[in-house]
Design a protein around this ligand. Sequence first.
Ligand code: PLP
Length: 513
Amino acid sequence: MDFDEFREFGHASIEFIINYLSGIRERDVLPSVAPYSVINQLPKEIPEKPEHWREVLKDLEHIILPGLTHWQSPYFNAFFPSSSSAGSIVGELLIAGIGVLGFSWICSPACTELEVVVMDWLAKFLKLPEHFQHASDGPGGGVIQGSASEAVLVAVLAAREQAVLSCKETHPELSESEVRGKLIAYSSDQSNSCIEKAGVLAAMPIKLLAADEDLILRGDTLRKAIEEDVAAGLIPVICIATLGTTGTCAYDDIESLADVCQALKVWLHVDAAYAGGGFALEECAELRRGLDRVDSLNFNLHKFMLVNFDCSAMWLRDANKVVDSFNVDRIYLKHKHEGQSQIPDFRHWQIPLGRRFRALKVWITFRTLGAEGLRNHVRKHIALAQQFESFVRNDSRFEMVAPQALGLVCFRPRGDNENTTQLLQRLMERKKIYMVKAEHAGRQFLRFAVCGMDAKPSDIEFAWTEIESQLTAHLAEKSLAEVARKPSNVSDLTQHFQMHLANGGGGTHEKSQ
Ligand code: PLP
């Protein structure tokens, strides 16, 4: 493909993206395809001869798009947002176009230095403690990882190696394998699956401690678990706390956890994959309490900072603890500026050797939106979640399960879990909006997460109308089924319909629109 053709292809692709995104509300958010439908439409081998890019775009439109779940749709209300923006999309294109790798400073000095700059910008924007900045006097700094899972794994591995080193000093009588066999880590039973997975990958058990009735992990619980384990001869290594759990966006009590971790010399990592976006707002300042005492934390820009996947920020109080743990050298990786303060070789801060120029899309996103635009985005998601919450609270057939937190509302139709299951099943079959269920203490509930590149109040109204009308339909069907099963005489029937109406099944519930 020569450059003229490349230009045509590129322009057509940008048009394609704009048409896709601007028309996203017209598509069902969930696809209507059966398993293998995409596989069966595609050839079994690479085409022998080059094909024209127009043919490829045509197949993208007709074969691939119908098989997609539309994550950028405002009707995607599952999980947490996977954010994006025009600046970030173009940034991703430019990253690919420039095509550099930045595992050491000399590989592309600007790639490393831009990352140092944007990570310090972000640390200031989120009002993180100063020692997390590269520009601070200490050994702290930030790095961009691919995902929260990688950030957590890096923290777990580094904490493990630090614990082994210090234990070898304090217990010279133990062999290294004896030490490694005694290591143990902690998190809450509400933490993301990636925490448990990090334990599996690091070959170190992670105990999932019971969160309290508000789904918060507190210092007392951690202290008790650590004391029991130490008494049993184990060596506590790290506690991974969460600010913004995946289930309900609950915030662990970082201050009380930090009390325990500092006293018992345990690494404290905070997974703020989603809720880190709230650090930027003065009205959410509470969220930042205790962060000055943690060893490391992560926040996904691809969740709440309008940077497209993948882009996960990680900060370390003492980066040397990671660098020393992961430093494996070869002569071909050496360069004369190695080890200079303020100039990291980021290969030592991560799992892979190669690394993408992700800082470029972050820089472009931040510059094209400004700090004000980023703050407005987080505030908008909070306001839309509050709008949704008011719909839930004004319809007596529903109940809230946890307080609305940032852009997440956890709610359920009153009654048994079957109502929640049936409602979700109806919504999934209709494909107009996409939510997922969660469960706590035997109660199933629905999570409504504000998502999409440009969600609006009218999108929240659309989602609510869909949800409440499907509950009406479900309750009516349930009543009819009960009547068909049970009634033995006319008075039973009358009584049954009276109960149905009293429960709001006849559409008499209040609504605030
Ligand atoms: N931590 C929390 C609290 C999450 O909600 C998620 C994903 O939603 C993750 C970690 C995993 O994120 P990633 O896909 O970036 O690894």
